[in-house]
Write a protein that binds this ligand. Structure first.
Ligand code: GLA
Length: 734
């Protein structure tokens, strides 16, 4: 059903809905905007959810309710967006300081509008529609009389998606400057209950580990202060009912469309009310707002599932394909690639590159990516970032010659950049040492021996843009890998007038988005892959510009089971780069078979990242067969429905499947082998019970109906005999 927004004048209630969800708000006494409901669809604009008025001692009552009325307190109402220092003692959604030094902030509803389509968010990535009738937006206007600031809250509901997109914008309508210390994208007061929190934390080479915990009384803040969305805490959380499982029960997901420092706060008050907030990191944030200026927050996507965590992920997958990544990439088949990084690191020659290309071509690989080391004088990670011109001593016949060689083979050519960085040993640093983002009066930390460019500055972006387009205009390039290999410290922009630190990180991100927008829209034909030391910026902001991400620098298949499983919580697998690399693995030292490595990597945008010129005939034959298998199943893998079946965080067995209407690929993995182990079974889901299927695996085949397969399951027989083993079932409708 199409998206609908109703405003009931008598009840003063708003109802956003489609066939999957409802989101209800109420303008309560004194124009306080309260939250009534977010969840499965309800037919009526039910008044059931309106909060009763009653007295709680030691809560306070707004002045306008009068001296003898104690039944109305901001502090106990479920609010839509909380003020600060005005009688609600829970976490504020914003903190604004006026010229007199006051931080009393209290916004009340004044007006609204409803329109087709989404709310345009200037300068920030956000969910989009291609036709206006794909979504409806409610824009609520709130005002703080004393402060003379307007707060605009945007809510978009989409056709057939259980997702609400929210964002906020603050406008200074006074004649004085104010300062924003905090401004959340969204705040949701959830009804009292016993909930669990699901989060994705990690580190470099160990991104997006799934952690679930009970929510206790108090405040829990999950965040990144790293200047990027980070390996360490993905900007996503879900609030689960206590008994929610992978397939059953209620789950509400919150995902920020933002690539910078962020914070996610969950507060459970002593009355068991829950407040969930997401937004830009408030620690260190300080934004000047002059008269008539406005500040726009990033967007949050709130998704609802009554089919467990898996249902939540599948909704996000579908939504991201339709409304976040450029829509042409929802169906676009991504080429099988080979990247030279783990094959050669910095140490490549033209000859070596040609050997790799020749071999890759023989194996059916479609795209060759030349990674780090082709520019400046880059032979290691100590120099040349910022010098985006060819390294002639290393590539004497030029990049164009390599690109032509690759194209002559009928393959595509890709190139690596790290546009946001600068090495001390570079032409760029010699000419513009002041372009480094750091406190000019203090020491600057290095990360991977490099500095960060101040992307908030127009002239810095212009320089990098000019250098990049010189390469991209003169050489036929089909793919770009955009990397970012350190986190940001000493945030301080010499170019800002005052507030040099408080605004610098967000201005960096706005600058980055501006540069990304210019580059990606200029080269419509180039497939962009985002990377930050692997998956350090795997967020929906980056995905808007670049439809795939290098999921992790860790290519060990056992580690990848967890990383890819965790990443599938937030994004579809056609956004996840997954490569077969060398064994023993360069990150973990683990030895695994080439078939096992491929079996794990199939669930993603597939490729290779090892020296294929040094493999034996058997391994090469395996690769040729793997590439054939992936290509045959590519449309299914990249556009089908991904389902998590058995979790690597819970045990030794892991399983997932990918299906469309005609076919399913069912992947089963065992991490370690055991003696005298149980005879395991696997039960696929989402088959059609009435359809007969042909099931094929390892040279065997049988036929069965969907109901048999789903209810009785398939024995893992013959049993798997080794550590790190996999079985893939191809289940095709007859
Ligand atoms: C990062 C990336 C790698 C590779 C190197 C090159 O670590 O994640 O894939 O591109 O940089 O320096």
């Amino acid at each position: 059903m199409v998206a609908k927004i109703i405003y009931d004048e008598n009840l003063k209630m708003f109802h956003l809905s489609n066939d999957k969800i409802s989101y209800i708000m109420h303008v309560d006494h004194h124009n306080v905007l309260t939250h009534i409901y977010m969840g499965g669809k309800v037919r009526n604009l039910s008044t059931l959810g309106i909060y009763p008025k009653f007295n709680r001692d030691f809560e306070v009552n707004p002045e306008e309710v009068g001296l003898d009325y104690r039944q109305f307190s901001l502090g106990i109402l479920p609010l839509e967006y909380s003020g600060n220092n005005s009688g609600d003692f829970r976490e504020p959604s914003l903190i604004i300081r006026d010229q007199e030094g006051s931080t009393v902030n209290d916004f009340r509803y004044i007006d609204h509008e409803i329109f087709d389509g989404v709310s345009q968010i200037d300068g920030l990535p956000s969910s989009y529609v291609e036709a206006q009738d794909e979504a409806k937006t409610l824009r609520l206007y709130l005002f703080d009389e004393a402060l003379q600031h307007e707060l605009v809250l945007n809510y978009t509901v989409f056709n057939n998606q259980p997702v609400i997109a929210r964002s906020a914008k603050l406008i200074n309508k006074s004649d004085q400057k104010s300062v924003i210390y905090k401004i959340a994208s969204a705040s949701v007061d959830v009804e009292p209950g016993d909930y669990d929190l699901l989060q994705l934390n990690g580190s470099w080479a160990r991104e997006r580990m799934v952690e679930r915990e009970a929510i206790h009384t108090g405040i829990k803040k999950l965040d990144s202060k790293r200047g990027s969305s980070s390996h360490h805490q993905n900007p996503f959380i879900a609030i689960l009912d206590k008994h929610t499982t992978e397939f059953r029960g209620k789950a509400v997901g919150y995902q920020l469309v933002y690539s910078g420092s962020h914070e996610m706060t969950v507060e459970k008050d002593p009355y068991q009310n829950l407040r969930v907030q997401l937004g830009i990191q408030s620690t260190g944030f300080e934004w000047n707002l002059s008269p008539e200026e406005s500040f726009q927050t990033p967007e949050v996507l709130i998704a609802f599932s009554n089919q467990g965590i898996n249902g939540l992920s599948q909704s996000y997958h579908d939504f991201i394909k339709q409304h976040i990544i450029p829509r042409k990439y929802a169906e676009f088949e991504r080429p099988v690639l080979i990247n030279n990084w783990e094959a050669t690191y910095f140490d490549f020659t033209e000859e070596k590159v040609f050997d790799l290309v020749d071999k890759a071509n023989e194996l059916g690989i479609e795209l060759f990516v030349l990674d780090d080391g082709w520019f400046g004088k880059r032979d290691d990670d100590f120099s040349s970032l910022g010098d985006w011109f060819e390294y002639h001593e290393k590539i004497p016949n030029g990049l164009k010659n390599i690109a032509d060689y690759v194209h002559d083979k009928g393959m595509k050519f890709g190139l690596w950049f790290e546009p946001e960085m600068i090495s001390e040993e570079s032409e760029l640093y010699k000419n513009h040492p002041d372009w480094v983002l750091h406190d000019v009066n203090k020491r600057a930390s290095r990360g991977r021996s490099q500095y960060v460019l101040d992307m908030g500055r127009q002239e810095v972006r212009e320089n990098i843009y000019t250098q990049m387009i010189e390469i991209l205009d003169s050489i036929d390039i089909d793919y770009v890998k955009w990397d970012m290999n350190r986190n940001i410290s000493e945030t301080y922009s010499a170019a800002l007038e005052d507030n040099k630190s408080g605004e610098a990180n967000h201005r960096y991100i706005l600058g980055l988005y501006d540069l990304l927008d210019r580059i990606t829209s200029r080269y419509d034909n180039i497939l962009f892959e985002s990377c930050s030391g692997g998956g350090g910026r795997f967020d929906l902001g980056m995905l808007q510009y670049m439809p795939q991400v290098w999921t992790s620098d860790n290519t060990d298949p056992i580690a990848r089971l967890k990383i890819q499983y965790g990443t599938s919580m937030i994004a579809p697998i056609n956004t996840m780069g997954a490569h077969v690399s060398a064994s023993p693995n360069h990150q973990t030292g683990r030895t695994t078979s080439i078939d096992f490595r491929a079996a794990v990597a199939y669930a993603g945008v597939y490729g290779y990242e090892l020296d294929i010129t040094s493999l034996n005939e058997d391994e090469l034959a395996s690769i040729a067969q793997q590439v054939r298998f992936y290509k045959e199943n590519r449309a299914l893998i990249q556009t089908g429905t991904f389902t998590r079946l058995m979790s690597p965080f819970e045990g030794n067995q892991v399983a997932w499947s990918i299906h469309n209407d005609n076919k399913m690929l069912l992947f089963y993995f065992e991490v370690l082998n055991e003696a005298s182990k149980p005879l395991h079974k696997i039960k696929p889901m989402y088959l059609d019970p009435d359809v007969k299927y042909l099931v094929k695996y390892e040279g065997s085949e049988f036929e069965a109906y969907g109901d048999e397969l789903m209810n009785l399951g398939i024995y893992i027989y013959p049993q798997l005999k080794n550590d790190f083993s996999a079985r893939i079932f191809e289940i095709t409708a007859i």
